[in-house]
Design a protein around this ligand. Structure first.
Ligand code: UPG
Ligand code: MN
Length: 666
């Protein structure tokens, strides 16, 4: 355990054991590869099948290798907020909320998020909240005005008086609100009915609504563009040295998150190198069963913690605190040369460039600038044409390299030498809305993975650009994400070749009595145990472990679409388009999800490769079994028999879902 002034870092306790396991597993993989290669020509009639299965296993081995980088040095962190300087000495903080479409992102939810941001436990004169509305929608503007008034007149005084923890109104009044004992007190009951008791109006943070001016001739760059516009607008107005970015559906569930993050930014030992503090993205609408793994357990419990022990977690777009200078001025040791050539980096606004000099401590903030002048300049810097011929989106601000602006921005920060930190407190600090059916989940997955493919083949690929700039194991974590859609190729091969061979009676694995069989068995068991331990140690259950395997295979097969989409985008066949995740929840879909039943509605296309694989599996299983009973070459075929049975048992709930869908439509 390492203790810093304001926070501590604890390395996973069974680290030596898990590293030993990695080594062991790796050696067994080498045996497997040896076995496959030395026998390619032995089965002279079936060489092609043998090659296919070898390719699949090689892909899986490479992915396994990169995936281990997350297990190299996982850490967890805790903070000591009580040691922070007092409120008067805290730095300014600007909160950015992004929204786009009131249909997919209901305005009420956006209001809740904004209110929870306003009610952050942070000195209100140091806090400013910015809402970017890319839809330019009057309803959102109206909603936000109402939200501010409500917050000022009722909500803030109320939260302050009773030290409420759930500061998102909807969460507070719902059964998941945790201010329980409070709710029972009598005085409180009366007040809850009539929050107007309270006379004194507290100081409230500044709230700014921004909707960018766009022109059809100029790309607006989606969320990345919105965030960069907010960076400039907020620079003119409050110019807080730290930022918080949240998506409109992700409300602040713990008002102390800002102070928790400050424990990294203000710690003498870490402050100079930390570009951002990431909190896990957690969700308020998960069912206990979470059959689609919408919580992304592997990402937020295994991968991010693993990266955190190297040089920091990736940036995941929502629930992250950022150091403004890190986004603007290159590497941690950068001199102020960006400012020498400020116009070509940051654009022509001299007022904005002055705000940058203030941030760098080169000059003091100007006082008494007329409000109208600021607002006028804000309109200039908010428009998309402001970025023309500047370094916005490349060297300055959020990156436009791929549509996954967060991931790529975090990655480039790491390449420039910045670190990041991951904080996973017991009480979730941010809660958002996860997709509740397969279609939405798949759309999101394809969006992410296809963009990551593009990063993999770009000039900034972790395999070339990253590897020469970052620590090696840290680079591997990024390598893994950019190639993870290759699972689809491996699983499709593994879902056809052994099956067809089982049907025809061609053995692809060693005899069960052959010592080489142990190699395959060991790899299987070792992988399963590693996964099981990870799920259990993250407070998961055995059922979750089992469900995760199913959804992992399903998602892996479907990532074929990401691969295709990525290739299309790469070749320029696809229009650049941001597919916005749906946050408006359909009641019927929700019911199915809560019951833990697969719902494939609207996802037929995504499911098609999987359905084909399942049919192949079923046909070959029964056909092959018939053959096996006649020929009785059980020893030869045991490996394949096991594989096919495993797949059938695992995919049973999916079959149920498909049958349910068919019977409904039929
Ligand atoms: O032109 C656009 C498109 C999107 N958004 C906002 O971007 C956010 C994220 O969009 P969403 O469709 O919800 O993305 P997800 O698939 O849920 O998000 C993940 O992936 C995104 C792309 O990297 C990250 O930005 C998100 O933070 C991360 O949660 C939302 O608040 C949108 O309102 C804009 O402001 N302008
Ligand atoms: Mn989202």
């Amino acid at each position: 355990m390492a203790t810093f002034t304001l926070h501590t870092e604890t390395v996973q306790s069974w680290l030596p054991l898990s590293r030993f396991h990695m080594l062991f597993h790796w050696v067994v993989i080498l045996f497997l590869v040896y076995y496959r290669f030395t026998r390619i020509f032995e089965y002279n009639n079936n060489t092609i099948q043998w090659i296919f299965i070898t390719v699949a296993e090689l892909i899986l081995s490479v992915l396994w290798f990169f995936n281990q980088s997350y297990r190299w040095r996982p850490v967890s962190r805790s903070v000591m907020t009580e040691k922070l300087p007092d409120d008067a000495n805290l730095p300014g903080l600007d909160i950015f909320v992004c929204t786009l479409d009131p249909e997919k992102e209901p305005t009420v939810a956006v209001m809740d998020t904004v209110i929870s941001a306003i009610a952050m436990d942070y000195p209100s004169n140091k806090l400013a909240v910015y809402l970017s509305d890319d839809g330019g929608c009057p309803v959102t503007l109206y909603g936000i005005k109402e939200a501010c008034e409500f917050a000022k007149a009722y909500w803030l005084p109320f939260c302050n008086k009773y030290a409420i923890k759930s500061r998102c109104p909807k969460a507070f009044f719902s059964p998941i609100g945790e201010d329980d004992c409070l709710l029972r007190s009598h005085e409180f009951m009366i007040e809850q009915e009539d929050v107007k008791i309270i006379n004194e109006q507290p100081e409230t943070p500044l709230v700014v609504y921004v909707s960018r001016e766009r022109r059809p001739s100029l790309p607006h760059k989606f969320k990345g563009g919105a965030l960069n516009a907010l960076l400039r607008v907020s620079g003119l107005i409050s110019n807080g040295p730290y930022l918080l970015v949240v998506d409109c559906d992700m409300y602040c569930n713990d008002p102390s998150s800002a102070k928790q993050a400050m424990c990294f930014f203000l710690d003498k030992e870490t402050s100079k190198s930390i570009a951002f503090v990431q909190f896990p993205q957690m969700f308020h609408n998960l069912s206990n069963k979470d059959i689609y793994d919408n919580q992304s357990r592997a990402a937020f419990k295994t991968m991010w913690q693993g990266m955190d022990g190297l040089r920091g977690p990736g940036l995941s777009g929502s629930g992250n605190y950022l150091y403004r200078s890190a986004l603007l001025f290159g590497s941690p040791n950068q001199k102020d040369d960006y400012l020498l050539d400020a116009e070509s980096y940051f654009g022509k606004s001299s007022m904005y460039i002055e705000s940058l000099k203030v941030i760098r401590g080169q000059q003091n903030p100007k006082k008494n600038v007329p409000r109208d002048a600021i607002l006028q300049e804000a309109q200039v810097v908010a428009s998309c044409c402001y970025e023309r011929n500047t370094k916005w989106g490349t060297e300055v601000g959020f990156s436009y390299l791929i549509l996954l602006e967060s991931t790529v921005t975090g990655y480039l920060l790491h390449c420039r030498g910045w670190k990041s930190a991951y904080l996973y407190p017991k009480r979730p600090c941010f809660l958002g809305c996860a997709p509740t059916d397969l279609k939405d989940g798949m759309l999101q997955l394809v969006k992410w993975l296809s963009e990551l493919c593009l990063l993999g083949v770009s000039k900034y690929s972790p395999f070339t650009y990253g590897i020469s700039r970052m620590s090696i194991i840290h680079t591997f974590t990024y390598c893994f994400t950019t190639i993870s859609s290759m699972y689809s190729v491996a699983f499709i091969l593994y879902g056809i070749v052994p099956q067809v061979c089982f049907f025809k009676g061609i053995p692809l694995f060693p005899k069960v009595t052959d010592p080489w069989f142990a190699v395959f068995a060991t790899i299987y068991v070792s992988t399963q145990i590693q996964h099981l331990i990870e799920v259990l140690s993250g407070d998961g259950s055995v059922a979750m472990w089992w469900d995760e395997q199913r959804i992992w295979i399903l998602k892996s097969v479907c990532s074929l679409f990401a691969l295709i989409e990525g290739i299309k985008k790469w070749l320029g066949l696809n229009k650049v388009k941001f597919s916005l995740s749906n946050k408006a929840i359909d009641k019927e879909k929700l019911k199915k999800y809560e019951q833990g039943k697969f719902d494939f509605q609207g996802a037929a296309l995504f499911m098609s490769p999987l359905v084909v694989l399942l049919i192949v599996n079923i046909v070959c299983f029964f056909g092959g079994l018939w053959r096996l009973l006649n020929v009785k070459d059980f020893e030869d075929m045991f490996g394949q028999l096991f594989l096919l049975s495993y797949i059938l048992v695992l995919s049973y709930p999916i079959l149920e879902g498909i049958v349910a869908m068919k019977s409904k439509s039929g």
